[in-house]
Design a protein around this ligand. Sequence first.
Ligand code: P6P
Length: 354
Amino acid sequence: HAADAHRTDLMTITRFVLNEQSKYPESRGDFTILLSHIVLGCKFVCTSVNKAGLAKLIGLAGETNIQASRYSNECCVDAIFYGEEQKKLDVLSNEVFIKALVSSGRTRILVSEEDEEAIFVEPSKRGRYCVVFDPLDGSSNIDCGVSIGTIFGIYMVKDDHEPTLDDVLQPGKQMVAAGYCMYGSSCTLVLSTGNGVNGFTLDPSLGEFILTHPDIKIPKKGKIYSVNEGNAKNWDSPMAKYVEKCKFPKDGSSSKSLRYIGSMVADVHRTLLYGGTFMYPADKKSPNGKLRVLYEVFPMSFLIEKAGGQAFTGKQRALDLVPTKIHERSPVFLGSYDEIEEIKALYAAEGQKE
Ligand code: P6P
């Protein structure tokens, strides 16, 4: 009964990662434990985002937080009691992820979009992994119900030295894993631990992420471009030329469609599955673009590359960038291999003129 197999042979994210990690005899399950705590955080945020949306709609949000009641201690996620003063969801999500990551006992340094300073985990709870994350990217979209998400990247420190910022100011190509969890009509977690990209969808009745998108590969070409055209007056010449070509192709091909949600996780998820490009270029207003290197550009570039695409900053391969500050920004062009090749050629030609 092969047809029934997938119904009874539930491939959960934990089982999937355990299978993958078992290929490395030396691995002691630390990554699996770390991931299970990240997954816990995603499940919590998923329910909170959905409830907050509802609470807002039925007017409860003004008074209280509709949060899950007390969690048992073993998952070490502090209880979020009923009645707590309404906290912005991104602040609450940040607290949940930090508590979950620290309590995993496998992290050393945490960098969050919500915290100005890096968090150095206390020695008694220290592990080998450094996690950089945006707990709720695109949270300004919550009120209109647009999909938002958590983005994370994971570095591993080589030895037991006293942690310093240098452990996280590493090029994205040093990441051992990256992923995002999109909170939309369904809750989808996309992950790469270095070999390919896989997508898992939360089955609320089981409380488990089930493998639904095995071995995702981004199409080599794409019919969609994704950028905030409102910034067009500030674009540099290669960017303007690429978008002009998308709109008015000279080779007789049909023009591309513009799709821009304004929530990076949603725009990148569509790009990963359907192909095309997602771009947040530098412009005269923001010379380094808007998106943050460590917990937006690197994790998404890691995933796109592992799915067969490319990610470029306008000057170099995005994952080769060496950040000097933990909240540094960079322009990014990511997506289908052939599309990014065209953008790289336009920037190279511009470079030759200079
Ligand atoms: P703009 C959301 O605020 C965000 O950080 C990303 O999720 C999104 O891709 C980008 O900013 C949208 O920025 O300037 O186009 O509104």
